[in-house]
Design a protein around this ligand. Structure first.
Ligand SMILES: NC(=O)c1ccc[n+]([C@@H]2O[C@H](COP(=O)([O-])OP(=O)(O)OC[C@H]3O[C@@H](n4cnc5c(N)ncnc54)[C@H](OP(=O)(O)O)[C@@H]3O)[C@@H](O)[C@H]2O)c1
Length: 236
């Protein structure tokens, strides 16, 4: 299968891309701007192609389909997260999170879905967050964007189901990625976060990749419109 994983230069996206390459698939890796960085990841993983598109810019987002052509699986992993209390949220941070997390998700699904429908096969997986299910005082807008994507997933999943296209969301908990490096590498902060997780530890990017592979593979073919938490129980 040909698979596009957005935001695959590091963290969860990179682990998803690596798992699909290992499974023998043609993987297109992606990041926002730095073509050298994404080419390096392509080489490291043995991926099929490397592309850039800044998903905060809808012209570039629309242009991504022209760079990749149709894919069998669209993994919408890239996001931005700005930590601000709701009284301090700036318009810039609001727009950036809405653009990258919600708008680009819709625009990319609009661009890639018609060919999947025509082919009678497609897999779309969005990467959500445990924050869809719990409160975090610094992540109101980030959480709202992830909830909005989940509603998009459910609505589109129903319409796409008769055409062999499944649409699902995977919601990670606290995962050890560069995004969380400051917390993960600080012994006290890390212990404080781990104390809130029923399993008592951060998850790994690889533990998120497995369910994405499953949803795109034959065993996941009858699952659509689902929201699957990979969070060590954090959202309970
Ligand atoms: N890590 C966690 O604990 C956790 C928890 C819950 C949910 N998640 C979700 O899981 C997904 C991956 O998280 P992560 O921690 O692995 O992320 P990460 O380490 O911050 O990596 C983000 C990736 O997205 C790309 N990206 C960011 N802004 C972009 C833009 N404007 N246009 C295009 N690409 C952009 C980055 O590429 P550039 O280098 O070009 O910026 C990078 O490849 C996200 O959707 C996140 O919300 C993560």
């Amino acid at each position: 299968m040909r698979i596009l994983v957005t935001g695959s230069t590091q963290g969860i996206g990179k682990a998803i891309a690596a798992a699909f390459v290992k499974g023998g698939h043609e993987v297109i890796v992606h990041c926002s701007k730095d073509i050298e960085k994404v080419e390096k990841i392509k080489k490291e993983l043995g991926a099929f192609a490397a592309v850039t598109a800044d998903l905060s810019d809808m012209t570039q987002t629309r242009g991504l389909y022209n760079k990749t052509g149709p894919v069998d699986c669209l993994i919408l992993n890239a996001s931005v997260q700005v930590k601000q209390s709701w009284q301090e949220i700036t318009e810039e941070a609001l727009d950036n999170q809405i653009n990258v997390n919600i708008k680009s998700t819709l625009v990319l699904m609009q661009a890639y879905y018609p060919a999947m429908k025509e082919k009678g096969f497609g897999r779309i997986v969005t990467i959500g967050s445990v924050n869809q299910h719990r409160c975090h005082p610094m992540l109101s807008i980030y959480s709202a964007t992830k909830c909005a994507v989940m509603r998009l997933v459910k609505n589109i999943a129903e319409e796409a189901a008769p055409y062999g296209v499944t649409v699902n969301n995977v919601s990670p908990g606290a995962i050890a990625t560069p995004r969380n490096a400051d917390v993960f590498n600080d012994v006290k902060l890390r212990a404080a976060v781990e104390a809130t997780i029923p399993m008592g530890r951060f998850g790994t990017p690889e533990e998120c990749a497995g369910i994405v592979e499953f949803l795109c593979g034959p065993s996941g073919g009858y699952i659509t419109g689902a929201d699957i938490c990979v969070d060590g129980g954090l959202g309970l």
